[in-house]
Design a protein around this ligand. Structure first.
Ligand SMILES: *[C@@H]1O[C@H](CO)[C@@H](O)[C@H](O)[C@H]1NC(C)=O
Ligand SMILES: *[C@@H]1O[C@H](CO)[C@@H](O)[C@H](O)[C@H]1NC(C)=O
Length: 406
């Protein structure tokens, strides 16, 4: 029997936690639902500076008007703007924020570890997360604010982050993604105006196809058409921290699934999860996302495609000029960009069959790291991830730098 807090954490650590439904009532307070550990402190002040690292807050604006926070982190021995350090952008997954890279003790968290190794670490936070809820004219209470899916996160948010870092650091960027962050990365890298800003990319739990997702709870939510239900209910913002979310979870489980162990039902069996840190994780995760994003992800699960959002025949004709949404073409990712991918044998979201499809479509051959015992969450929160995964990733970036300068 797993403690209820661990069950709640399922939402934290997975990108496909649809139980994160909330705010059917437009007036539900967005901020009120999310009690920050200290609402008066920013990301740097809460998570990074107390660990003795340098941290600076940056704000960027996407082409479609969203205002995003980016953090820049360096170790205290290697101050920000040290000319020798190479910029690296960390892109988190669904229902997470950039905080997800800093939630374990410093010696186990990728954000800190990269700073220790002298990287110029930049932390992305997509629209709708607690750190990036601004827009030039819309408020989080407007349904238009939530009118996006990972497609916009890739083509606007990620593109703008890279553009900004490129400008400030004056060089191409190393890119790291986890889960939905890999969907965004793969989609974005298939556009040359974005890939031209990237030096190399490391993807944790890479996803482009989702046709073979095996997580029972996710399949149940797809089967019950939760994405359509949510939209029919007029819910645009998915917010786990709400009464509606908790009631909905009851309904989804309802004796059908092993909901005792939600984390496993959602992500696969995680080998290396630290149960005694759950309360701390819950101070930060989960972050909100949009219902449209959920629909887009469910479309991928139903059809097995890696395509733009499907509006249905009529609107597709209007938006795309054809009946079906165009696919993202992975073969367009330049083979001059070294890719490194780590995937787990217990990951029921980034399934092995789907992963093979991704590999088949790429024109280059990524370096691969397979960990038989790893589930979806282990790659970001595993207590041994430094030894198992991050050291190898750092070696990959170091070698791609050497070959770039050779
Ligand atoms: C939302 O808030 C507005 C203004 O505070 C109020 O007039 C309206 O009745 C509220 N709507 C709901 C559904 O509670
Ligand atoms: C798990 O988290 C606790 C509380 O933060 C920490 O003291 C402990 O060292 C962690 N365990 C492992 C195996 O890393």
């Amino acid at each position: 029997m797993v403690p209820p807090a661990v069950a709640v954490l399922a939402a934290v650590a997975t990108w496909l936690t649809i139980i994160a439904i909330g705010c059917a009532d437009e007036n539900s307070s967005w901020v009120g639902d999310f009690v920050a550990p200290n609402p008066y402190q920013n990301f740097c002040e809460q998570l990074v500076v107390p660990n003795g690292y340098d941290c600076a807050e940056h704000t960027i604006q996407t082409e479609d008007g969203y205002i995003l926070a980016l953090q820049r982190v360096a170790s205290r021995y290697n101050h920000i703007r040290d000319a020798s350090s190479h910029p690296i952008l960390l892109q988190h997954g669904l229902f997470m924020g950039g905080d997800a890279w800093f939630l374990n003790v410093a010696s186990q968290s990728l954000g800190f570890i990269l700073a220790d190794h002298g990287f110029d670490v930049w932390v992305g936070n997509v629209r709708g997360t607690r750190w990036s809820k601004g827009h030039i004219s819309l408020s989080v209470r407007d349904k238009e604010f939530w009118d996006w899916s990972w497609e916009e996160l890739a083509l606007y948010d990620l593109a703008e982050m890279l553009r900004y870092i490129n400008l400030v650091a004056g060089t191409k960027v190393f890119l790291v993604g986890h889960s939905q962050g890999t969907i965004m990365s793969l989609a974005a890298l298939s556009y040359s105006h974005i890939s031209s800003m990237v030096e190399a990319a490391a993807l944790l739990c890479p996803i482009s196809h989702l046709g073979h997702v095996s997580a029972p709870l996710v399949l149940r939510m797809v089967g019950m058409h939760l994405d359509q239900i949510v939209v029919a209910m007029g819910i645009h913002q998915l917010n786990f921290r709400s009464d509606v979310g908790v009631r909905l979870l009851d309904m989804i489980c309802d004796g059908h699934i092993e909901c005792d162990d939600l984390l496993t039902s959602l992500t696969g069996k995680n080998c290396c999860f630290n149960n005694s840190r759950v309360d701390f994780y819950l101070d930060y995760e989960p972050h909100p996302s949009s219902s449209k994003n959920l629909r887009h992800l469910f479309q991928m699960i139903r059809k097995g495609t890696f395509s733009k959002y499907d509006y249905g025949y009529l609107k597709n004709m209007k938006v795309y000029g054809k009946p079906k949404p165009p696919a993202f073409d992975l073969s367009l990712i330049p083979d001059s960009i070294p890719l490194w991918m780590a995937y787990g044998g217990q990951d029921s979201l980034a399934d092995l069959t789907d992963f093979k499809l991704t590999l088949d479509e790429l024109s280059s051959e990524p370096e691969l790291l397979y960990l038989e015992n790893y589930g979806h969450v282990d790659f970001i929160a595993g207590t041994d991830a430094k030894e198992d995964v991050y050291n190898r990733m750092i070696e990959f970036f170091a070698s791609s730098r050497r070959s770039a300068s050779a």
